[in-house]
Write a protein that binds this ligand. Structure first.
Ligand SMILES: *Cc1c(COP(=O)(O)O)cnc(C)c1O
Length: 413
């Protein structure tokens, strides 16, 4: 969280006091740092310098148009998983030839839209998808660019909901069936086989799962080339973890030095699909205390952001560091930080030592740049807050807060 610092006992994002944003824009609200987004992107880009590569940012981690546009202007492509994410990416000005499309359930209508847009590749996850893609391409008189997402069956030591590279998971084509799937793909007239793809999970903090997976993928790549497949790229997915608490995630440099020796001999373009690594620690959630409530058994800071704004604690039991925006130095007490939603699972933090809080105090929930706004909802009919992008001393609202009219848009009595 390098761009979020304490100055004179007050939290800043770059050169802007977070309290000023909360005052002017309101809470809850998400604040992103331009410098942090670019630093993570550029670290990874630099770590792969000397080998032809394309960094396709995972739009599902943070899909704000301003974020996509910023990264795109610095050379990034996008990894998308739906028509909606393609729509967003194109609106943000991302060139279609830098977009790869993953996902186990692409509908025909989504496939057509992506074919018409001219994306770089469909990461195909099943044989029925291959067939559907061939048919839709034929109907449009196009050839669909294809890479097959191969499930390498490796253990990625992450939360069971974010592991995607075990053979029990729904993702990709089983490793054992990969050669046959390529052979089948080669038989379709309207497909152009361009590459190979994998993605083994998210929030991975050690080399081993990546190395195991990429060795298997590299073997397959070589076998396919020997069989005459003209593979132009190897897409290694995302999954690089970040520090939420006391994890020691891989740096871009460490990751690259571990995987480059496996990938470089392939002599092809490398595609990466990082999401969390770029956006996770580039954002925070600002929230205000509504009440400080003591029940005799526990203390609760009830705040104006809930599981509808940030579902990661409820969904994964995830840890997010929470800091007072003004460090008042008062005595600390143990408390849960909870939202206003009518669910006991609506909590942001449990058993935290924080200064005794009172109504109106501001809290900063760290590491909320990835899988936070994008997973938010209107549960309990709560309008979502704004998203703000800071750049040096300046900041701007890159998505206004929702209004009550937004809440009922499209509804009829
Ligand atoms: C979610 C996802 C990513 C990004 O994962 P991170 O852990 O955020 O890097 C990349 N590729 C695919 C196919 C995904 O589903």
């Amino acid at each position: 969280m390098m761009e979020f610092t304490l100055r004179n006992d007050e939290l800043y994002c770059e050169d802007v006091p977070l309290a000023e944003i909360a005052e002017k824009i309101g809470t809850p609200c998400f604040v992103y740092s331009t410098a942090a987004l670019l630093k993570a992107y550029e670290d990874l880009d630099r770590a792969f310098s000397g080998v032809e590569h394309l960094i396709c940012f995972s739009v599902k981690s943070n899909g704000n148009l301003a974020v996509l546009s910023l990264l795109s202007r610095h050379g990034a492509g996008m990894d998308i998983v739906s028509r909606g994410e393609l729509f967003r990416s194109l609106k943000a000005g991302v060139p279609a030839e830098r977009i790869v499309y993953s996902g186990v359930g692409k509908t025909r209508e989504e496939i057509r839209y992506a074919l018409e847009s001219g994306i770089l590749s469909f990461n195909v996850e099943s044989l029925p998808e291959l067939e559907a893609l061939d048919r839709e391409a034929g109907l449009l008189g196009k050839r669909a660019p294809v890479s097959l997402r191969i499930n390498p069956d490796v253990e990625s030591h992450t939360h069971e909901y974010t592991a995607t590279g075990k053979k029990e998971n729904k993702f990709g084509i089983p490793y054992a069936g990969a050669l046959q799937a390529y052979a089948q793909a080669a038989g379709y007239r309207n497909l152009e086989i361009r590459g190979i793809d994998t993605h083994i999970g998210s929030q991975i903090t050690s080399f081993e799962p990546f190395i195991q997976a990429f060795r298997k993928i590299a073997d397959l790549f070589n076998t396919l080339r020997n069989k005459g497949f003209d593979l132009q790229f190897c897409d290694i997915g995302g999954g690089l973890g970040i520090a939420y608490r006391d994890e020691t995630p891989l740096t871009a440099e460490q990751y690259a030095s571990a995987v480059r020796p496996i990938l470089e001999p392939l002599g092809c373009r490398i595609i990466l699909e990082p999401g969390r690594f770029i956006s996770g620690n580039a954002g925070v959630l600002l929230t205000r205390v509504i009440h400080f409530k003591q029940t005799g058994v526990r203390n609760f800071a009830v705040v104006d952001a809930g599981m509808n704004d940030l579902i990661r604690p409820s969904l994964y039991g995830a840890y997010h560091e929470i800091l007072p925006v003004h460090a008042n130095g008062g005595p600390e007490v143990k408390m849960d930080v909870v939202g206003p939603i009518c669910e006991s699972g609506d909590w942001l933090a449990k058993d935290r030592q924080l200064p005794k809080l009172k109504e109106g105090d501001l809290l900063c929930v760290n590491s909320a740049g990835a899988y936070s706004y994008t997973m938010s909802s209107n549960y309990n009919s709560r309008p979502r807050g704004a998203e703000v992008l800071v750049d040096g001393r300046k900041y701007r609202v890159v998505r206004r807060a929702e209004t009550y009219d937004d809440l009922i848009r499209g509804e009829e009595v």
